[in-house]
Design a protein around this ligand. Structure first.
Ligand SMILES: CC(=O)SCCNC(=O)CCNC(=O)[C@H](O)C(C)(C)COP(=O)(O)OP(=O)(O)OC[C@H]1O[C@@H](n2cnc3c(N)ncnc32)[C@H](O)[C@@H]1OP(=O)(O)O
Ligand SMILES: O=CC(=O)O
Ligand SMILES: [Mg+2]
Length: 353
């Protein structure tokens, strides 16, 4: 980590000053598109009207022979399309790949004033962020970019998870993190073939019935599927929150299983994630549903705040104990609801703002 005294100094003469607070516009989903796919680009204005963030993906899922068209397509998108208030992000290729230098150089010099955030995959430690941080400052200075481009780390290796706190604190450019269960499973040598979600083999089990000191044979034991990602997502949320960054759940690969996708997104929402990736248009709606606070909870939170304006003391509201801690939870809920209501007239009406 750089000296606290220098933390907010630009890393290149002529680069913009780093931000002191990470902006938090609506961020319920990061919608992935491949800018070398003409169909996806043609639909982008419509997609952007639905999504909070659209991300031009250059890394995994873009084959080697489309790396350059995907990059060039994204430049065209940045230059030619008006995405309104929807943020434009990219995921560049990994830092150990031969494409990333051209990704960063081209994108910052060509559309650096249009890109809000650059997602860096497979971040292993603060050194990866330091590399990108300095390079971005040099490129911003060269291109005359006025607003610093923020960096989002993709947490998808065992080493990245082990270093998550240092990664979060590595630079004032750090905007947030996404949790990448697919590469993380590979990195950990987990015996799975999935992209996110649970696994029927990862269960806890009730105790056996015993008779005459022996386990009864053939009995049915109650099992419950467990969440293999709980520990790492919770660590990511803590690391992000303590540094003022935004945590996201990443991809859910079983596109047809919308019910399990919703369950995975909801688990992440309840743990503190602000959004998740959408890989397919159907997942935009799921993320919107999950990451917009439920109407009944918002109405209850508003009631608590109205009844206890300063959050002091202990109170009973609708049979539930309320004190400073529950009041703070209500503030989180209502602040988020107010922000989303500004973007979404239906939510505004439902929340009663
Ligand atoms: C582990 C990771 O790194 S995850 C991140 C990397 N992966 C990605 O970015 C994948 C992005 N998503 C996709 O490529 C696609 O959604 C796929 C391959 C998963 C499925 O694609 P398809 O089989 O074409 O899905 P499907 O037939 O349901 O598509 C329906 C329509 O939605 C469109 N569509 C699909 N995905 C997207 C998308 N991400 N954005 C915009 N439009 C899309 C299709 O072009 C199709 O359009 P059409 O009706 O005009 O023909
Ligand atoms: O890139 C995402 C992942 O899950 O891997
Ligand atoms: Mg990955």
């Amino acid at each position: 980590m750089r000296s606290p005294k220098d933390f907010f100094k630009p890393l290149c003469v002529g680069a913009p000053d780093p931000v002191r607070e990470i902006p938090f516009p609506p961020s319920r989903m990061i919608h992935f598109f491949d800018a070398s796919n003409e169909k996806m680009v043609a639909k982008l204005p419509d997609t952007a009207a639905q999504a909070d963030i659209v991300l031009g993906n250059l890394e995994d899922a873009v084959p080697v022979d489309r790396k350059v068209p995907a990059r060039e397509g994204l430049v065209k998108v940045g230059k030619e399309l008006d995405l309104g208030s929807t943020q434009l992000w990219t995921r560049v290729n990994a830092l150990d790949s031969p494409w990333v230098l051209d990704d960063l150089t081209t994108l910052v010099t060509e559309i650096g004033d249009k890109l809000d955030v650059i997602m860096v995959p497979k971040v292993e430690g603060p050194w990866d962020i330091h590399y990108v941080d300095r390079l971005l400052a040099q490129l911003e200075a060269k291109a005359g970019v006025k607003k610093p481009i923020l960096v989002h780390a993709l947490l998808e290796t065992a080493q990245g998870v082990a270093n998550v706190e240092e990664i979060a604190a590595a630079s004032p450019r750090m905007q947030g993190m996404s949790f990448g269960p697919a590469d993380l499973a590979a990195s950990r040598r987990m015996k799975t073939t999935r992209v996110g979600g649970g696994h029927p083999g990862y269960v806890s089990m009730s105790d056996p019935e015993i008779a005459d000191g022996q386990i009864v044979e053939g009995q049915t034991r109650i099992t419950a599927q467990q969440d293999p990602w709980h520990y790492s997502i919770a660590r990511m949320v803590d690391a992000c929150t303590m540094n003022g960054l935004l945590p996201f759940y990443g991809p859910f690969g079983d596109i047809k299983d919308v019910v399990a996708c919703e369950a995975q997104f909801r688990a992440a929402f309840l743990l503190g994630c602000v959004g998740a990736w959408s890989l397919h248009p159907v997942q935009i709606g799921i993320a919107k549903k999950v990451f917009s606070p439920p109407v009944d909870e918002v109405l209850f939170a508003k009631k608590v705040i109205e009844a206890i304006p300063d959050g002091a003391g202990v109170h009973m509201i609708d049979g539930k104990m309320q004190d400073d801690a529950t009041w703070k939870q209500c503030q989180v809920m209502v602040t988020l609801a107010e922000m989303l209501a500004e973007k979404d007239p239906e939510l505004k009406e439902a929340y009663g703002f």
